[in-house]
Design a protein around this ligand. Structure first.
Ligand SMILES: Nc1nc2c(c(=O)[nH]1)N[C@H]1C(S)=C(S)[C@@H](COP(=O)(O)OP(=O)(O)OC[C@H]3O[C@@H](n4cnc5c(N)ncnc54)[C@H](O)[C@@H]3O)O[C@H]1N2
Ligand code: MOO
Length: 385
């Protein structure tokens, strides 16, 4: 049977299907930029005041005549008197002829002969203080975001600031998530004795949502014709499908044969690992990819976190070794994913649990330690959860 390491290698060969879309900015997070984004003006576009206080033209004196007040959003003023000061707010354009800004905390405003004055006790005032100089960040026409950037929240802010309300990106379309099994009922239901509430799909959907990936969920009964129809229909709308349940050896574990009927080639089915042995991953000639996870909640969690996310993000590598207390003896010929909880920065202990159907004891898991088959070492590499 395939080892986890071999499964990772196979996954690397399966391209992640992405679509080219001109997407509204709010939905661009996580997408890959297909165009250079240019600065439409200098940044900042004017000498921007960085502190509430006064703008002055003479840094040698400590008393200035008040000339007026300017707020952010008002057009640039002019400092008329060489020893004058404009009262200014953060974000306002520096008045013409001003060379420095002094913070309000260092100032005292007072009246002299019916006129308003301002003084400062601060000894060091230098030209340029608290002025965000026009064009110092970037000049108009220069590339502010490079093609190929994977968009994070800060990139979205930059695109907005240079006037791009839409971006050409390569993005994942909606991922369709299926739970399967006649024993499962919705979260809102009161289950009968032999039923359980479905938890796998919401676990996956919430993780996808956190990554900014839209998803759609459907629950399917253990009825081959319905499963076939629903998956066929989904494949017209979605490039990536995630399924849970129905992939092991039970009489109603129809998923692998249905996926074969729908034209999918199994890249692998079953990995020599615990939990998550019956994981099925396949693709079709048109680039569609399906991950069918073993139904036990922990098996889905482990396979989703380790295999699916590493494939999707093309970047998850295990973390360096950590010393773990309480490790069980290694399994013969089967790699073991062991839930661990941190006890200090570089050490962890194992969590005792009741197998891959036990969500309860796994709630404290910080990471998954990777104990390879027959490996007796006490230091293991791990994936954070
Ligand atoms: N004879 C064999 N039996 C089993 C094998 C095997 O190799 N030979 N493998 C075992 C392993 S390992 C796992 S893991 C499970 C996986 O089975 P399936 O993928 O076929 O999943 P189901 O049978 O449909 O469900 C298993 C278990 O998980 C619960 N489940 C399913 N979906 C959900 C959901 N959305 N939310 C919460 N819980 C879910 C389901 O009720 C079952 O209790 O097979 C072993 N058997
Ligand atoms: O994959 Mo199973 O998780 O060992 O129960």
């Amino acid at each position: 049977m395939l080892k986890p390491q071999e499964a990772f290698q196979i996954l690397q060969e399966i391209p992640v299907p992405r679509q080219k879309v001109h997407q509204v900015l709010i939905q661009c997070l996580g997408g890959i930029l297909l165009e250079d984004v240019l600065a439409d003006r200098d940044f900042p576009p004017f000498d921007r005041v960085m502190m509430d206080g006064i703008a002055i033209g003479n840094v040698e004196i400590r008393e200035w005549k008040w000339e007026g007040i300017v707020f952010a959003g008002e057009a640039q003023k002019t400092l008329v008197h060489p020893n004058g000061a404009w009262e200014i707010m953060t974000g306002s354009p520096l008045p013409k002829n001003a060379v420095a800004v002094v913070k309000v905390e260092d100032l005292e405003f007072f009246e002299k002969e019916g006129e308003k004055w301002v003084s400062c006790k601060n000894e060091s005032i230098e030209k340029g203080n608290f002025i965000h100089q026009k064009g110092i960040d970037i000049l108009q026409g220069h590339v502010i975001l490079k093609k190929g950037t994977r968009l994070k929240a800060n990139h979205i802010a930059i695109a907005a600031s240079v006037g791009y309300s839409k971006l050409w990106i390569e993005s994942l379309g909606e991922i369709h998530v299926f739970s399967t099994g006649d024993e499962l009922v919705s979260i809102e239901s009161t289950p009968l004795d032999h039923q359980i509430r479905s938890s796998n799909s919401i676990m996956m959907q919430s993780a996808l949502q956190h990554m900014g990936i839209p998803s759609y969920h459907l629950h399917l009964p253990d009825e081959p014709s319905i499963i076939h129809q629903a998956i066929k229909f989904s494949l017209e709308k979605s490039d990536i499908l995630l399924l849970s349940g129905g992939v092991s050896a039970g009489k109603k574990d129809y998923i692998p044969s249905i996926l074969k009927d729908l034209g999918f080639e199994a890249k692998f089915h079953k990995i020599a690992q615990k939990p998550g042995k019956p994981l099925w991953v396949g693709s079709r000639d048109d680039g569609k990819v399906i991950f069918a996870f073993p139904g036990n909640p922990i098996s889905t969690l482990v396979c989703f976190s380790i295999y699916f996310l590493s494939w999707l993000q093309d970047q998850r590598t295990p973390f360096p070794q950590v010393k773990i207390t309480g490790l069980p003896a290694p399994l013969a010929n089967v790699d073991h994913w062991i839930p661990i909880q941190w006890t200090s920065e570089h050490a962890a202990e194992i969590l005792k649990h009741n197998g891959s159907g036990d969500l309860v004891h796994w709630q404290h898991a910080d990471a998954l330690a990777w104990q390879k088959a027959n490996d007796t070492s006490e230091e293991l590499i791990y994936f954070p959860l």
